[in-house]
Design a protein around this ligand. Structure first.
Ligand code: TYM
Length: 342
């Protein structure tokens, strides 16, 4: 079976962008692939954060995965920091990562500009190396993520190739290979729709956990009235009807796409259904569809989060399975890099 890994940071509330760009797609993939889904708590400390909230947010994120349909009889679910090899491999990879590759990362530039110099730790710069470690440790074939992670995936691929080139050659040639088999080179899986869900208050910027206004996003755990309220107050325009792909109507395109994904209809069906609607009618339709889709997730979430022993069990089992794979990879990398064996 081909392998898939992915993860979400336990920072702030999980929103519709995380769901449509990533988590919802994981569910479809777990039947045909060997899947590992982690909560990337080590990534969550790369910007100032609240130590009182980290463990709670980590649990909540795990509960969201399960509530959304991640099936622990098929997928391993675990916390990144519970598998030591993530940090260990990161160090080894760091030595092979040109600093220029990291300086070029768009997310680093954006996040460091927003945070201000005093708050930019070294880990914000080396963040993509940890992400590469998350992926390469498991010899992953595919990584389902939203559009904003594309550049990090490209770096992961380049780093895998570089390490294979630097340290893989001789060993693998001796074994008859053509060099370069320490790591499998993974591919991103970016969905055709939903890869970039936009803000409710500005159709040109992406929906994000860190946007100051909660009105800009639908969180998966938002109650019905909050959803209704946010959709009611979202940004609209004064064109007649509803349409996809009009560059002058980014908000309209965004909300139609959300409706399409949430209702599992095709783009054509939605275009037809909504073309003659006014904003008021469409907003009601969208609100109802969202509430209907999210309600069962919220009910399951409440069940899962109120059973801590169950959740702990899932995470312990997931970490154990993951560590077995990760330790083997990291040992192999030590060997390929010439370390004295223990
Ligand atoms: P994070 O926590 O920012 O986001 C989690 C996932 O949600 C996707 N996403 C979106 N998709 C569509 N529209 C949006 N507005 C939107 N906002 C976020 C992200 O693309 C992502 O798939 N670095 C990663 C976490 C990570 C990871 C990994 C992912 C760490 N190691 C290894 C995959 C494999 C991050 O910060 O995602």
């Amino acid at each position: 079976k081909k392998r898939i890994v992915s993860g979400v940071q336990p920072t702030g509330a999980i929103h519709l962008g995380n769901y449509l760009g990533a988590i919802k797609n994981w569910i479809a993939l777990q039947n045909s692939y060997d899947t590992l889904f982690f909560i990337v708590d080590l990534h969550a400390i790369t910007l100032p954060y609240d130590t009182q909230q980290l463990s709670k947010a980590t649990r909540n994120t795990a509960a969201i995965y399960l509530a959304c349909g991640v099936d622990t009889s098929k997928a391993s679910v675990f916390v990144q920091s519970h598998v030591r090899a993530h940090v260990e491999l990161m160090w080894l990879l760091s030595s092979a990562t040109p600093i220029g590759w990291l300086n070029r990362m768009i997310q680093f530039k954006e996040k460091s500009r927003k945070a201000g110099d005093e708050n930019v730790g070294v880990a914000l710069l080396t963040y993509p190396v940890l992400m590469a470690s998350d992926i390469l440790l498991y010899q992953s074939d595919f990584v389902p993520v939203g559009e904003d992670q594309k550049q990090h995936l490209e770096l992961t691929r380049e780093l895998a190739e570089r390490v294979n080139y630097l340290y893989g050659g001789r060993k693998w040639k001796k074994l008859g290979g053509r060099g370069g088999a320490i790591f499998k080179v993974p591919e991103p899986l970016i969905p055709p729709a939903g890869a970039r869900v936009m803000s409710l208050t500005d159709g040109l910027s992406k929906m994000s956990k860190s946007a100051p206004s909660d009105q800009s996003r639908i969180n998966l755990l938002d109650p019905k009235d909050a959803i209704a309220n946010k959709i009611k107050r979202c940004k609209t325009d004064s064109f007649p009807g509803m349409e996809f792909d009009n560059p002058e109507r980014p908000e309209c395109n965004n909300l139609l796409s959300i409706y399409q994904l949430i209702s599992s209809k095709t783009k054509e069906e939605v275009a037809q259904e909504c073309q003659d609607m006014n904003w008021g009618t469409f907003k009601t339709l969208l609100t109802d569809a969202l509430v209907e889709h999210l309600h069962p997730i919220q009910v399951r979430y409440e069940e899962i989060i109120s059973d801590p022993a169950y959740l702990d069990g899932v995470l312990a089992e997931g970490a154990e399975k993951a560590a077995a794979i990760a330790d083997a990879t990291v040992n192999n990398v030590y060997q390929a890099m010439g370390f004295l064996r223990r």
